[in-house]
Design a protein around this ligand. Sequence first.
Ligand SMILES: [Fe+2]
Ligand SMILES: [Fe+2]
Ligand SMILES: [Fe+2]
Length: 421
Amino acid sequence: MAVKVIRSREVYNIIRKTLEIMDDKVMKHCEITGYILYKMLEAENMYTKDELAEYTMMGLVHDIGLIKTAYKKNLTEHITKKVWAHSIYGYLFLKYLTPLGDKAQIVLYHHLDYDKTHGIPNEFWKITHYLALADKMDIYMRMNDDGSMEQDYFERYRNIKFSEKALKAFYRANSRFNIMDKLQDGSYVEELNTLLSSVTFSEEYKRDYLQMLIYAIDFRSEQTVLHTLATRIFAVEIGKLMGMEETDQQLLYYGALLHDIGKIAIPLSILEAPRRLTDKEMRIMRAHVQLTEMILNGVITDEVLQAAIRHHEKLDGTGYPRGLKDEDLTQVQKVIAVADILSALYGKRSYKEAFDSEKVKSIMRSDAENGKICFEATNIVINNFDEIIKSYELQREEALGIYEIILAQYEEIYERFKRFE
Ligand SMILES: [Fe+2]
Ligand SMILES: [Fe+2]
Ligand SMILES: [Fe+2]
């Protein structure tokens, strides 16, 4: 697609703000670790800008697996206890959902002690060791308040817990770039932005990274793992069938992809409640829209933002969060609302079984007739139901396949890692 509705650096900023909403300490940790890794590699004068940006991105998302492991406690705990779960999930998300392939091993092994890495095949050991060092350096500098790392850690554990070469690379980079000062005065953030602004990720790369993030969020709950995928596919299909232009189709794609990103902060007990939610729970659940807005605000164009956050508005003003009406909503926003409802009705959820086609159509028809949802888009759904569902089913198989692979590989790798405990 020719028109760009999302710029390269926005991809990282969305990930950054998502992590921040989940846990601001995790976000800071990822950001600093990514920065340190970036400078360590840059100091070696052997990487292109694109390579630097790619490895830096990996540093910036290296703890992304924490989204799945519902990590909320003391950050330093993850360096000593239960480190495998998030490393393995992070690795699997990157390996199967981004174009990184084997490079994802950099994330898989970022907590493995240096002296245990010998003999394990990994084309990217050097960067893995650098990332591991950057990770430890941040924990050591900022958060060594619970005694999980001894004061003399970096003297004591050379080539035991971390690579001495990596430590030297860090010292070299620090004397050349004053890493410590930049972390201190906060100017590292701008440097990261400059790096990511200087490269242009392909449309596919951007989509994959965002898709990976959303998948990781949906992955928390088996019930919703396919909801975003379905909403996105339905929205784009409906848009095409309505003859919407390409820019609008892109808005449909990104708006639907990001529409429930705020669910990252909604507890699983609510997301997976096998019953009607209480009023209080419902209020929390509905807050996902405001959370989505908090994440996307300022890091994405207003058009994509509005496409994402208006999917629970109803044409008669009875929706939330703003109670907007028909005349306030664009066609793109209305289509995403229809796609979201179709996805919820068609799919199996914690509180309901999947409905059959006739039931889905009749509920949607009455919603449209009652002035709740867009009549035109609903008609398109009803008249092209099998076609729309079919294009979803095809991609669903693939997505479910990946889901199964990730779950199975998780168990397999975890078994292997147990001996390192
Ligand atoms: Fe980690
Ligand atoms: Fe980390
Ligand atoms: Fe929603």
